[in-house]
Write a protein that binds this ligand. Structure first.
Ligand SMILES: [Zn+2]
Length: 307
């Protein structure tokens, strides 16, 4: 099923990392810059992440003695320093997730580089370390992202969806380890419903939403893959959902042979295995395309909308 399963440490069948993207209310101010401050209910829903959910999540991790990864937009680091300090104090990894959850795919190279560097500065100031990994806000990895990450010395990216196991992104400037996930591991579809965020989905029962993540785990455990949850404190950190996650972690540990680690630890392990020849990853050369691909002429806007 998987052509090149990774030789995980201590004979583990599967590596697992819950990544929480602590976006807090950055996404609301980005979406509605002119009136976001009047959308108080939405702000309260999103502040639940750093204020209530992150302490709860960290307490679970402390009890279970696992260390995991948080991707935090730099503006959120500045806005909610106590939550980030608690992550660092608990021994968890803080990765880069944009400055204000801006869209790199919609920016030019210089603008993307500017916000990447500003984000690094903020993370260094608040955590004492440069970020080793990056997840593009809303998976918006641009045609410049890989080069910029390599230039800034990043070890890995966690934005893409191209495999069940880690792989390598190669550009003319160098290499990055890709630690992939996919929308089936993201908690927005089952758990987020917000008119203010223009995202309306039928919310699933906590047990049903988490069940999907469990089935993903069972398949990856069976075949030697990498399980990466792409979750958000304001969504999966809500009480009933988090209780289901605690049951899921207990299930994973009882099943055994699972390596819970930070994304940085996983990326470093994969890098070592590549270097000593014990793992031969798939290599994706980027960019996939340098020019517009479609040969179809652009239809005028209104006509396209009508179709
Ligand atoms: Zn995000």
């Amino acid at each position: 099923m998987i052509k090149n399963p990774v030789p995980w440490p201590n004979g583990a069948r599967c590596a697992a990392c819950i990544t929480f993207d602590m976006d807090a209310d950055s996404i609301l101010h980005l979406e509605h810059p002119n009136d976001s401050i009047s959308r108080v209910s939405a702000i309260s829903m999103l502040r639940y992440g750093p204020e209530v959910a992150v302490p709860r999540i960290l307490e679970t991790y402390r009890r279970l003695e696992i260390h995991q990864t948080f991707f935090v937009p730099a503006w959120c680091v500045e806005q909610y320093p106590a939550a980030v300090e608690a992550m660092v104090a608990g021994g968890h990894e803080v990765g880069h997730h944009g400055y204000m959850h801006e869209n790199p795919s919609g920016a030019g190279r210089d603008e993307e580089a500017y916000w990447l560097q500003r984000g690094i500065e903020v993370i260094v100031r608040h955590t004492g370390q440069r970020p080793r990994g990056w997840r593009a806000p809303l998976y918006n990895f641009s045609n410049h992202s890989a080069d910029l990450l390599i230039e800034e010395g990043f070890l890995y990216d966690a934005s893409l969806m191209g495999d069940d196991v880690p792989y390598v992104l190669k550009t003319e400037r160098g290499e990055l380890i890709e630690l992939p996930s996919h929308w089936g591991m993201d908690d927005w579809p089952p758990f987020v419903h917000s008119m203010d965020l223009d995202y309306m989905m039928p919310i699933q029962a906590p047990s049903r939403g988490v069940q999907a993540f469990r089935e993903e785990f069972d398949a990856l455990w069976e075949h030697g893959g990498l399980w990466v949850g792409v979750w958000h404190p304001f969504a999966t950190g809500r009480l009933a959902r988090w209780l289901e996650v605690e049951k899921l972690i207990a299930y994973m540990r009882e099943k055994g042979d699972v390596w819970f680690a930070t994304m940085e630890e996983i990326a470093r392990h994969v890098r070592r295995c590549i270097d000593d020849g014990s793992y031969r990853p798939r290599v994706d050369r980027l960019p996939y395309y340098r020019e517009r691909v479609s040969v179809m002429p652009l239809a005028p806007g209104p006509r396209r909308a009508a179709e």
